[in-house]
Design a protein around this ligand. Sequence first.
Ligand code: ZN
Length: 247
Amino acid sequence: MTLCDAHCHLANLSQTMPLKPLFAEAQTRGITHFLSSALTKADLKAYPILRQDCPGTLLYSAGIHPSFDECDLSLQDIIALCDRKVIWAIGEIGLDKGNPDKEEMTRIFVEQLELANSYQLPVVLHIVGHQQEAFDLLRKYPLRYLLHGYAGSLEAFHKFTRLDCFYTISERILREDKRDLLMAMLESGRYLFETDITQYYVHAGELNPLLRLPDVLRQTAVICGWNIATLTAAQAQNYELLTGYSL
Ligand SMILES: [Zn+2]
């Protein structure tokens, strides 16, 4: 079994936990690939070292997040990363109902979509609320999207399926009241799995939060009644379609 954690914040996590031994243990459980997100200048400094520490494949994206206060990246930072061809995608970017300055948030989102379009890069999306507005913007661009951790309405989800969009299944939609959304995501065939791990999400006494990924997969298999091999084959295929690398 080869697994990809398709949305995580490993540079952020590495500020409180050395990741080298955690990567090694994760590898023994088949967790070898990571699509990680950089949201700060400090994150950008950490990724080259983390990529060396990771025995598998760690790809990272970078973006100006709609609601993460510590995010200090500028559009110039993102442009420089695009020019150097070091990021696999732009993100996570998007809209979040928790940000009161909707106009500014939308402006920054559009600037980054334009950037993704000019550099022909995929986009990692964070959409919390404002789903119709997000869809109306995204449909204007012929881009490939990875909508991470989506837990909004089923109705809006069906709109996103009209785009070239992939989804990460997170703990958030394993709850009973999100069953229809989980099944719709699975039936789309365009899913991967994520932990969204950051230093803030580590539980007291938790030694290796990277190991949460197989739990998400197992719980999904139990809920939907599909076998693990079907789920892992789909995430491997989707990883290849998104990144161009094989899993
Ligand atoms: Zn995230």
